[in-house]
Design a protein around this ligand. Structure first.
Ligand SMILES: [Zn+2]
Ligand SMILES: [Zn+2]
Length: 144
């Protein structure tokens, strides 16, 4: 109740950015969001989009997803969920599964930390990439 002390100040830019992220299910980067905004007729400066993303993330309306060294992605799904990333095409899927409580307890015991949250990222090969033998990033045998 005290968490959301101030109401969200919905500017046109923030609303447009939020709508784009909410309509996207691929965890877009700021650049992706820029492209989708301009495709729908909104021409905002990168800084405007970036500031809107930061604001919405601070307000808890969006979640920032960091995967490795790549650019931050944004998620309108703010529940505790895990992501699985395709090592070939970079596609991201998500599943609604919070880390098991016994595991969190074990980490807390082992480190002395009070564990608040976890971000789980799994790596794999997505269904679309499975069975694609002509993929140049496939390290398997390139039989002709
Ligand atoms: Zn893939
Ligand atoms: Zn997600």
């Amino acid at each position: 109740m005290s968490k959301m002390s101030k109401p969200v100040n919905w500017t046109a830019q923030r609303r447009a950015v939020f709508d784009i992220v909410q309509a996207s299910h691929d965890h877009p980067t700021a650049t992706d969001i820029m492209e989708r905004l301009s495709a729908s007729g909104h021409r905002y400066a990168y800084a405007t989009v970036y500031n809107a993303l930061r604001y919405l993330t601070e307000k808890g309306l969006l979640k920032e997803v960091k995967i490795g060294e790549s650019a931050s992605r944004y998620d309108a799904n703010t529940s505790d969920h895990a992501h699985v990333v395709c090592v070939r095409c970079g596609a991201i899927a998500e599943f609604e599964q919070a880390p098991p409580a016994p595991w969190m307890d074990e980490i807390a015991r082992g480190t002395g930390y009070r564990v608040l949250s976890a971000e789980l990222v799994f790596h794999g090969v997505c269904p679309a990439c499975q069975g694609k033998t002509d993929d140049p990033t496939d390290s398997g045998a390139a039989a002709r």
